[in-house]
Design a protein. Structure first.
Length: 121
């Protein structure tokens, strides 16, 4: 099953949420504020979903380090990979286990400024 984009025909704001194509009640998407300029999609039961609803290109800050605390066999304290070495480090990972539950990025003005992964059993 491949990724399928969402054509945006309408956008409106209601009680702080961004409603795409009329919102979930009309077959669209509700994006609710999470704080700090972050929005997440929300279903009928108010449960957060982490499914693909679109794509974008983001810039990566030249100074972006990667804090990896996801491989406890390597070290319990984690590893901070310096900027410029992140791509090579990620390519060498024997278990590149990144999910919505263990990995986070922080974006400011379209640029990824933080990237980290935590151990999840």
């Amino acid at each position: 099953m491949g990724w399928q984009g969402v054509r945006i025909d309408s956008l409106r704001t209601e009680r702080g949420a961004i409603l795409i194509n009329g919102g979930i009640d009309y077959g669209g998407i509700d994006l609710v504020p999470e704080g700090g300029g972050v929005y997440r999609s929300q279903g009928f039961d108010d449960y957060m979903t982490y499914t693909a609803h679109g794509r974008t290109r983001l810039f990566v800050a030249d100074s972006l380090p990667f804090a990896d605390r996801g491989n406890v066999e390597q070290t319990m304290e984690g590893v901070v990979v310096p900027a410029g070495q992140v791509a090579a480090y990620l390519r060498r990972l024997p278990y590149p286990n990144f999910t919505q539950y263990n990995a986070r990025i922080r974006i400011e003005r379209g640029t990824v400024v933080e990237f980290w992964r935590e151990y999840t059993p």
